[in-house]
Design a protein around this ligand. Structure first.
Ligand code: OFO
Length: 165
């Protein structure tokens, strides 16, 4: 059982996760345009991970007897002024997603909806990882500054390590 209010909030979160996938796919295209194939591969992996997040919410809402209702996905940005600017945007976006998850958790708590709270605990942990990963890459890019060698090394690392960088 799920209330209309929680159903609406979970449908909104499906949209947020699909938008995250869209944003990271747009960043993959940006990195491909710079010939940074490793960065692009990392973004493609990340986009897939976001779709799997969307599907977790999708399947959960259905299992709870709710009605999945897909909303329009907004157009993502297409250009950033540097790889550092792109990853800074990732970091900010993940902080925003964390706030959405926390808000959902509070709503599920206020409705005493235990299954939703338990499901959201996975996302709460996941967001710690998402934010930490983005922060570390922002740190590396800040250190690298304009070093071409540094960029190629990081490109190789991100390409090899996929979403786990
Ligand atoms: Fe779904 O965690 Fe990123 O946005």
């Amino acid at each position: 059982m799920i209330s209309k209010k929680l159903e609406t909030a979970l449908n909104k979160q499906i949209n947020e996760e699909i938008f995250s996938a869209y944003l990271y796919l747009s960043m993959a295209a940006y990195f491909l345009s710079l010939n940074l194939d490793g960065f692009a591969a990392w973004m493609k992996n990340q986009a897939q991970e976001e779709m799997s997040h969307a599907m977790k919410f999708f399947n959960f809402l259905d299992e709870m007897g709710g009605r999945v209702s897909l909303l329009a996905v907004k157009e993502p940005e297409k250009n950033w002024k540097s790889p550092l600017a792109a990853f800074t945007a990732v970091s900010r976006h993940e902080q925003y997603i964390t706030s959405c998850i926390n808000e959902l958790y509070r709503l599920a708590g206020s409705e005493k909806n235990n299954p939703t709270q338990i499901m959201l605990q996975w996302f709460i942990k996941e967001q710690v990882e998402e934010e930490s990963t983005a922060t570390k890459i922002v740190f590396k890019l800040t250190q690298i500054k304009d070093s071409v060698n540094g960029m190629w090394i990081l490109d190789k690392q991100l390409g090899a390590r996929g979403t786990g960088a």
